[in-house]
Write a protein that binds this ligand. Structure first.
Ligand code: HEC
Length: 163
């Protein structure tokens, strides 16, 4: 019985393009929601994370699909942002206590720290980063098949412009 269940899980993971291990489909959907909605990363990084920003007024976000950061540094970058470089800090206590590189606001010496649209809890940042590594970072350019899986299957309108 247990084997049959595991087999069914592996099959559904293969069908949805999800990784065999790591985040499950619900976590991936939550990660996508954090990226596109709550964190609004897409305004500067594009919905696919490729740097084609959704908001013309926003700073030019990095191409996250080509990021070389490992998981820990990815988490740190999201928590602490990049002072003076347009990347907001999503940790509520970033530069309030010394959790970000041992620095507080006064240490930033006038470097502007962009405000995040919402702060994120560590658990949310981990879910977001798991999603990013499964669907974005080092996943190559977006194409129609990856796009359908990215949006949880089906025929998402944004995918139609892709090959
Ligand atoms: C207001 C615009 C803006 C928003 C919103 C934003 N970013 Fe950024 N992000 C940037 C900019 C600009 C950079 C490039 C900073 C630099 O030059 O070092 C960047 C850099 C990064 C990097 C470093 C990439 C690398 O390879 O060095 C990561 C990771 C990142 N952003 C993730 C996120 C995530 C995840 C979110 C949402 C939770 C987000 N960003 C929201 C503007 C933004």
């Amino acid at each position: 019985m247990r084997m049959v269940f595991a087999g069914a899980l592996a099959l559904s993971a293969a069908l949805s393009g999800a990784p065999a291990r790591g985040a499950d489909a619900g976590d991936l959907a939550e990660g996508l929601r954090l990226f596109t909605q709550k964190g609004n990363c897409q305004s500067c990084h594009g919905w696919a994370g490729d740097g084609r920003k959704m908001d013309n007024q926003a700073p030019d976000g990095a191409n996250l699909r080509e990021s070389q950061l490992d998981r820990d540094n990815m988490i740190m970058t999201i928590k602490c942002g990049r002072p003076g470089r347009g990347m907001p800090a999503y940790d509520r206590l970033a530069y309030v206590d010394a959790r970000c590189y041992g620095q507080k606001k006064a240490d930033l010496k006038g470097l502007t720290l962009a405000d995040p649209p919402a702060t994120l809890q560590l658990r949310e940042i981990e879910t977001l980063v798991d999603f990013m590594f499964a669907k974005m970072v080092k996943q190559g350019a977006m194409d129609r098949a990856k796009c359908a899986a990215y949006w949880g299957g089906g025929d998402a309108e944004v995918c139609r412009e892709l090959k």
